[in-house]
Write a protein that binds this ligand. Structure first.
Ligand code: F6P
Length: 324
């Protein structure tokens, strides 16, 4: 019987798949005789010592739910050294032996910092933005993409009925991952992402050509990290676009909802791998999926490099300027 105390925390923006990951962690850890605790409201909960013992009942009925049953927070103070030291002290006082963090890019920086200060820590990537270095996939990105693709398909119905072009602004923070992947899978005519320049004159030329040919709709997807969809509308109008334009900002719709099969399966694989890492006492790492294989990546590497987009997808969008 080991009875080590393991704490689980979800930090930063919530992502679909966090709950299913919690489910697999809670059940798996209890089966391995660990005492499991949930820290509430993200890293702030460590500072507030807001935590509670979890049982298998807490893992019931959550596999299909978006969000996180532990709650989360945007806690910018966690970048401060003093706050990080306080967190380490609090975890010690709480008697926590190992902390498992489920979160996005910002949360990985916080995780790396307290891991360096001595916390036995394992991280699991969860972010609709899928912008975390060291893993091809993060929990929630597949669900968000499915929501975006479904929304674009729906918008096409009204766009084509009224011969309009729609500018659809999607999330992604500073990454164009969601916009690019959604563009190639919805057949969007143009895409604006922060990683590349878009040839705006070429966009106007191509869309006007489509308009003249009587093509009933055109779709332009804009990553929030590039700029506002409304600004793109102004720009296209100034440049003489012939379509009537409408803007849809998908916003937080993209962050909720039931996780897809892919996100649920990934949450199971990450949870299982995290438990194996814990058993073999390998800390300071993040579970990751690389080339369809579950592995791990050192947190020091995760926070020191920037994830790039798939070049082959960028090349599929003709209006993106791409230099080899
Ligand atoms: O990190 C996930 C994300 O949804 C980003 O895509 C977006 O920029 C940000 O969170 C929005 O955060 P908030 O919900 O705090 O406004």
């Amino acid at each position: 019987m080991n009875h080590k105390k393991i704490a689980l925390v979800t930090a930063g923006g919530d992502a679909p798949g966090m709950n299913s990951c919690l489910r697999y962690l809670i059940k798996g850890l209890i089966d391995h005789n660990y005492d499991v605790f949930g820290i509430y409201r993200g890293y702030k909960g460590i500072i507030d010592k807001n935590y509670q013992r979890l049982t298998k009942r807490d893992a019931g009925g959550i596999i299909q739910r978006g969000g996180t049953i532990l709650g989360t927070s945007r806690f910018s103070q966690f970048t401060q050294r003093e706050v990080q030291k306080q967190a380490v002290m609090n975890l010690e006082e709480m008697g926590i032996d190992v902390l498992i963090v489920i979160g996005g890019d910002g949360s990985m920086h916080g995780a790396e910092a307290i891991s360096r200060l001595g916390v036995n820590l394992i991280a699991i990537p969860a972010s609709i933005d899928n912008d975390i270095f060291g893993t091809d996939e993060s929990l929630g990105a597949d669900t968000a993409l499915n929501t975006i693709v479904r929304s674009v398909d729906i918008i096409k119905d009204t766009a084509s009925s009224l011969d309009r072009a729609f500018i659809i602004e999607v999330m992604g923070n500073t990454s164009g991952f969601l916009a690019l992947n959604a563009s190639v899978t919805t057949g969007a005519e143009a895409c604006f992402i922060p990683e590349c320049e878009t040839d705006i004159d070429e966009v106007v030329k191509r869309l006007n050509q489509r308009f003249v040919e009587g093509r009933s709709n055109s779709i332009i997807i804009v990553a929030e990290g590039y700029g506002s969809g409304f600004k793109i509308k102004e720009l296209l109008e100034k440049k003489g676009i012939r379509y009537e334009l409408r803007v849809t900002v998908l916003g937080h719709l993209q962050r909720g909802g039931s996780p897809t099969f892919k996100d649920r399966k990934l949450s199971l694989e990450f949870a299982t791998h995290a438990i194996n890492l814990l058993i073999s006492e390998r800390f300071g790492v993040m579970t990751s999926m690389r080339d369809d294989k579950i592995t791990e990546c050192a947190l020091t590497e995760v926070v020191s490099k920037k994830k790039t987009l798939d070049e082959s997808l960028i090349k599929m969008i003709d209006t993106l300027k791409w230099e080899d």
